[in-house]
Design a protein around this ligand. Structure first.
Ligand code: PRP
Length: 213
């Protein structure tokens, strides 16, 4: 029979910039790892972790199915997925803001018509404006959302803003910040209940001056 206490903990990381930041942090805390030759599975040097490199928006699916017990994920992706994961830690990096934006100088104009908004974050957008009692028509895009007002698809967009450079370069600007977005270490609740001791030890090792330290 497999001794699950000896198996490494499983962790899913999103492809891209966040993984580079996690990699640096884990290296500083003695859990360095690297993905060799386009491999999508890696182990940390101490054999504590088995790490999977997945597409950002697929990460909650892997955690929900228990394929990876842990993951690094932003509030934006968590909100869209809607699964009841545990948030074990908030990292000091990766913070952005979810904003509604439009052409420079534009304002939110409420008429008897629905606000037409393009976004990758359709659940967030619908939920936010429905709580405000504002009717919206949300058009789903998968990327380069800033093009929507530029090309006249919609007057407004809801998108992540980090430096604001993409908006500025396209003559757009933030009309209103809707929410702070942070990056968390998350866990599948059932996985956490089985492995909580080892997981808590691992979380304690990660010192990055994050919001919960
Ligand atoms: C994100 C986001 C904005 C941009 C904001 O897009 O959706 O487009 O970054 O960053 P900034 O405020 O620093 O300019 P991403 O790079 O993930 O690409 P995408 O538009 O193809 O989704």
């Amino acid at each position: 029979m497999k001794n699950i206490e000896k198996e490494p903990l499983t962790l899913a990381l999103p492809k891209g910039r966040l993984t580079e930041q996690v990699k640096e942090l884990f290296e500083e805390n003695g859990m360095g790892f690297s993905f060799e030759n386009r491999k999508l599975v890696a182990h940390d040097k101490q054999g504590l972790l088995k790490i999977y490199l997945v597409k950002n928006s697929d990460l909650p699916t892997y955690i929900n199915h228990g394929i990876a017990g842990l993951g690094v994920c932003g509030d934006d992706v968590l909100f869209e997925a809607g699964y009841p994961f545990y948030k074990l830690k908030t990292f000091s990096f990766g913070g952005t803001a979810m904003c509604i934006a439009g052409h420079k100088g534009d304002v939110l104009e409420y008429t008897d018509k629905e606000l037409k908004i393009a976004s990758k974050f359709t659940n967030f957008t619908r939920d936010y404006f429905s709580k405000m009692g504002i009717p919206v028509e949300v058009i789903k895009l998968n990327g380069s959302v800033e093009l929507a007002p530029v090309l006249g698809l919609t007057r407004y967009i809801v998108d992540l803003v980090e430096t604001g450079n993409t908006l500025k370069a396209n003559n757009l600007e933030v009309i209103e910040k809707l929410a702070d977005i942070n990056v968390h270490l998350i866990a599948n609740p059932a996985y956490y209940k089985i492995h909580y001791k080892r997981i808590n030890e691992m979380v304690d090792r990660i010192k990055d001056g994050g919001k919960d330290e």
